[in-house]
Ligand binder design. Sequence first.
Ligand SMILES: Cc1ncc(C[n+]2csc(CCOP(=O)(O)OP(=O)(O)O)c2C)c(N)n1
Length: 605
Amino acid sequence: MITTIKEKENEKETILEPICYSNVNMFWGGIIAEVLARLGVQYIVISPGSRSGPLAVGCANNKKLKAIPILDERSAGFFGLGLAKQTHRPVALICSSGTAAANFYPAIIEARMSKVPLIVLTADRPGELRECHSGQTIDQIKLFGDYPAFYKELTLPEANIELFYYLRQTIAYAFERAMYPQGGPVHLNVPFRDPLAPVRDEHFLNWIKNFDANSFFDLEAKSYRGETLYSKPDADGLKIYKQLKNTKKGLIIVGTIQVEKTEEFVRQLVELSNELGWPVLAEGLSPVRNYESQFSNLITRYDVILRNNDIAQILKPEQVIQIGNLPTSKVLRAWLKANKPKTWVFENSSDNNDPLHGNTTFVRMHPMSLMRQYKESKSSHSNEEYSNLWKQVERQADGIISEYMSTCDAMFEGKAAWLLSKCLPKGTNVFAATSMPVRDVEYFWQRNNLELQMYFNRGANGIDGLVSTALGIAHCNKPSVLLIGDLSLLHDTNGLLIKKYFQGSLTIILINNNGGRLFEFLPIAQFRDIFEEFFATPQDMNFKKLAHCYGLEYYQTKTWEDFRELIKILPERGIRVIELITDSHFDVAFRKNLFKLTSESMKIE
Ligand SMILES: Cc1ncc(C[n+]2csc(CCOP(=O)(O)OP(=O)(O)O)c2C)c(N)n1
C-alpha cells in the first residue's frame, strides 16, 4: 500500500493525494507524473523493472494519467508512438536501466523522423554504480544520439525544495521540446539510488510535511499548438505568390502526411487548388483521396499515368507545390528528378524533405497563409488546359484499374487495398504497413468519400513495431484496420501481448505471401539461388495457430465476397486477424501486366 500524506494525517482529499510521500525517490517520481499530467499528457506506457520503480509508482498512482504496462520495450515504444499519433499529444515511456532502454531506439527514430511527440524516461543507476559491473548498467548518456530533440540527465533526487523546482521546470521544458518547434522524442535519463520501492522514510515524511503542493503544481495546462514561428508570410510572400499564379503548368503534390485537423486541412487544400487551378496529385497515404467530392481536379493514378512516356512528356510541370513528404512512387520521383520543375516545398517544420535535390525552395508556412494574404492579385496565365489533360488521363487510368479490380476473382494483393477503400465503414482508421501494403494503397486506393483516416510509419520505413503502432492508434479509438505483410506481422508479434489491456477494435488484414515480396520487384529477384533464403526469407508460419496462441479471432478468406463481408462492419472491440493467402508468382505477373496494359491504353486527345 502506498503511503500518502492523506493517509498519514487522515486529511480530506487534496492535491497531495496521488503523490507518494514515503521517501524522496517516490516523491520525485510523483512530481514527474503530476507535472506531465498537468501539462496535458494522457498516456504513460510503463515497462517493468526495479530501477524505474519510483517513476512507475509515481505514474501508475496518478489518477489523471492512463498508465499501460507493456513487457517488451520495443513494442512499448511503438505502442506509445501509435497513441501519440492518434492523440497528437506527447506520450511518456518509462523503462528500467540497461538494454531495456536500448529497446526504445527504433520507436525513437521513427518518432523523430515522423515528428511524433514522445517523452522517454529511462531509469539509471547513480554515478558511483556505473562502469563497475554493478549489474544492468550500460552507458545511457545520450543513448539515442541526436534523435531526441532534447536530452538531459536529471540530477539525483534530494530533499531540497530548489531541486524540486528544477525538476518541475525541466519536465515542463522537455514537454515543450517534444512539441515545439515540431513534434519529436525527448529523452530524460533519470538516476535513482535505493530505495526503489515506496518504503517509509520517517525523516523525509517529517521534512516534507509543510510542502505546499497546491502552489507548486499550479501549472497552466497549456496547449502548445497554434501559430508557429513559421506561420506568417514575410516580404517575399508576394513574390512567391506571383510566381505561382503566373504559370500554365502547375501541380500540387500531396505526399505522405498526417495532420491533426483533417477536415480543415482538406478545406484549405481545396481552396488552394481552386485559387490556383492546379490539379492535386494525392498519395493514398494522405487524407485527400477519402474526401474526393470536395475536389474538382483530384489525381490518384499518377503512378501508372507516368509509366506512359509520351504522356509523361506532355504532362511535364513548370512548377510544383509539395505538401508533406514526397509520395512513395518511384515513377513519380524519377519523373520529377528528370524534369526538375521549380518546386515549392511548403513545410511547417525545419525539415529538409527534398530527397530529389531538385530546384527547390522551402516555404516555412502553410500555403493558405500565403494565398489568403495575396488573393486579390490577378494572374496572367491559366492552368486550365494543363489541368484538363491530367483529368483526361486520370479518368482513363481509373476506369481501367476499376475494371481490372472488379472482375478479378483471383487473390491479387492489390485488390485488398482497393476493396478497403470502397467498403470500410465511414471514418475508419487505416494503418498501412511498410513494404507492399503502403505501395498497394498508393497504386490502388480508390477515391471515395468515406473520410477514412490514414496512418503509417514512413519516417524510417521500418517493418518493426507496426503491430504495436497500429494497436496504439486503435486503443480507446474508433475501430481500426491494419493492412500488413506476413514478415512485418511476425517481426512484432510481441506487440500482441498488449491484448490484455487493449480497449478498442483492431482488424489485422494479413497478406500472407510467405516472405518479403517487395524484393520481387528489385534487381536482386533475378538471382534466384540466393533470393528466397536471404531476401524473401519465407517463414512458413501457421497464422491460425499463432492467432489462437494470443487468443485472437482468426479468419481465412478465400473469396473477395467473404472479405467484403468481413470488412464492411467492424467489431466494437477485440483484435482479429483476417488472413489472405496469396501466390507471389501470380501476384508479380498480374501487377506488371496491369501496369503495362493500363499505361499503354491511355492516350491524350
Ligand atoms: C526493421 C526492418 N528490417 C528490415 C527491413 C527491410 N525490409 C523492407 S520490406 C521487407 C519485407 C517485408 O515483408 P512483408 O511484411 O511480408 O511484406 P511484403 O513485402 O511481402 O508485402 C524487409 C525485410 C525494414 N524495412 N525494416
